[in-house]
Ligand binder design. Structure first.
Ligand code: UN1
Length: 494
């Protein structure tokens, strides 16, 4: 059986715990391999390796550090198809989306490699004569990365690439569901010529490995993408330890469809954002906020198109919707649909675990649409992370914005309208980190900051140049070339 092991100081080795957990193909239930379960001691070894390697890495000129990232980009590109296949087998998303995800990592690698020649700081005029003032970005040290299974290589690239180009070392714990693609990514770092110890991989549960990373004094920051519940725990503990965290958590994203919208376009966007990746994106459309004038027509059009969606293994190129990640997820999603019905929602389609032959062995949920959902219902406020969308009805743009903003999360939102004034008002007032006009809620590009407001995160951003703020400190430097004592705030205002 294929074993996925730790990678510490450039060595691949199973944990001394002797424990493994199976890696399952969610489309078939088949066991693909098993992944080692690391101990807190191994986290410590990884941190030691990272700390040692970072001492010289921080002195390597950033454009030279970037050379490794260019190699990473090239290798990802060469192996795109192979990586996409691994990703689909292990995580379930359809192959076209898996290719798209690897592309996201390729783009991020080129983009961050470019940062090796920028890493811009600031120069500002000094208050004093013959004095130079500037601020530069410096690496923080060792970054602990905890990444989810839904975008196992893209999100890992959003975090590890800026960390490395800025001069940090990395200790990475990928999700237990997707260790294979993580190991492949690390192999690419190895082959790209990254010095041993700069990227270390440890596997295991959040309660053992994640907790050991959080508690370790040698880990200077934790960058986490995952559930709200875990993120809050990290935030609390990291607060006590005064450790920097970048937290990216849930979403309850909405597509607003106004009465003047191009309905066909809106249906395309809703379909893609609600059922693509089986709804397992932080950016997935979980709510459709429909103007009352077009609500019924929208329902009819959506039903017609949802009926054509094909469920199945993501390796089959004709399939639109793959499985969800595991049994527990399937049960949770179904629980939400039942709850919605109890709360008074009406089922338009879907609403069941697929039991057809060829699907029953995997974890498939039928694409589901609920209507007559009201903002006070739990299904209108809680993240479902499955192929389930709810229609809510509104009478005006103001009401649509209010309903959009009522939820605990603020990751992504979208508006379909032909009226430029309404579009601009929505862009200003939708309280989310990402806003789309005449496009669905998913599909963020890597050169823009990714993240959200309120319960979605803690203000930091992944990807884009803003991600450098997570992995660097600002150092302000003053050079006085006057040759005499100059006293700031005194000499110049004396
Ligand atoms: C996620 O679900 O956490 O914007 C990431 C998108 C993708 C990334 C999603 N580019 O949908």
């Amino acid at each position: 059986m294929k074993q996925i092991v730790n990678y510490i100081h450039g060595e691949w080795k199973a944990s001394s715990s002797g424990k493994f957990v199976p890696v399952i193909n969610p489309a078939t239930g088949e066991t693909l391999g098993e992944v080692t379960q690391s101990t807190a001691e191994e986290v410590d070894l990884a941190v030691q390796a990272a700390t040692e390697a970072q001492k010289s890495w921080r002195l390597v000129p950033a454009p030279e550090r970037a050379d490794v990232l260019y190699n990473v980009a090239r290798l990802l590109k060469e192996r795109k198809e192979e990586l996409a296949q691994i990703l689909t087998r292990e995580m379930g998303k359809v192959i076209a989306e898996a290719r798209g995800e690897v592309q996201e990592a390729i783009d991020m690698a080129y983009y961050m490699a470019g940062e090796g020649r920028r890493l811009f700081g600031d120069t500002v005029p000094s208050e004093l004569r013959d004095k130079f003032a500037m601020s530069v970005r410096v690496p923080i040290g060792v970054a602990g990365l905890i990444t989810p299974w839904n975008f196992p290589i893209a999100i890992a690239s959003w975090k590890s690439l800026p960390a490395l180009v800025a001069g940090n070392a990395v200790v990475w714990k990928p999700a237990s569901e997707t260790p294979m693609i993580a190991a492949e990514f690390v192999k690419i770092y190895e082959e790209a010529g990254l010095t041993k110890g700069l990227v270390n991989l440890v596997h295991g549960s959040g309660s053992v490995v994640g907790a050991a990373m959080l508690e370790h004094p040698g880990i200077d920051l934790i960058s986490f993408t995952g559930s709200n519940e875990v993120g809050k725990r990290i935030n609390e503990r990291a607060g006590a330890l005064l450790k920097r965290t970048s937290l990216e958590m849930g979403g309850k994203n909405a597509v607003i469809v106004m009465d003047d919208a191009d309905l066909e376009l809106a249906v395309d966007g809703i379909l893609w954002s609600a059922y693509g990746t089986s709804g397992q994106r932080c950016t997935a459309c979980s709510r459709v906020i429909a103007h009352e004038a077009i609500k019924e027509e929208l329902e009819v059009r959506l039903l017609e198109r949802i009926a054509q969606l094909k469920l199945g293994s993501g390796l089959d190129p004709s399939v639109h919707v793959g499985p969800v990640i595991n049994r527990a997820s399937l049960t949770r999603i179904d629980g939400y649909v039942r709850l919605g019905l109890e709360e008074g929602a009406k089922l338009i389609c879907g609403g069941r675990i697929a039991t057809e032959s060829g699907l029953a062995e995997g974890h498939f949920y039928t694409p589901t649409l609920l209507t007559d959902v009201t903002p006070d219902m739990r299904i209108a406020g809680e993240e479902i992370f499955g192929p389930v969308a709810s229609i809510l009805t509104v009478r005006s743009l103001e009401e649509a914005i209010e309903v959009n903003n009522q939820v605990e999360f603020g990751l992504s939102s979208a508006i379909y309208t032909r009226d430029v004034n309404q579009a601009y008002r929505a862009m200003r007032d939708l309280d989310t980190g990402l806003v789309y006009v005449n496009a669905g809620t998913s599909g963020a590009e890597i050169h823009l900051p990714f993240g959200g407001t309120k319960g979605t995160g803690n203000g930091h951003r992944d990807s884009g140049v803003a991600s450098l703020d997570v992995y660097t400190e600002w150092k302000s430097i003053y050079v006085d070339y006057s040759g005499k004592l100059q006293r700031a705030q005194i000499d110049n205002y004396g």
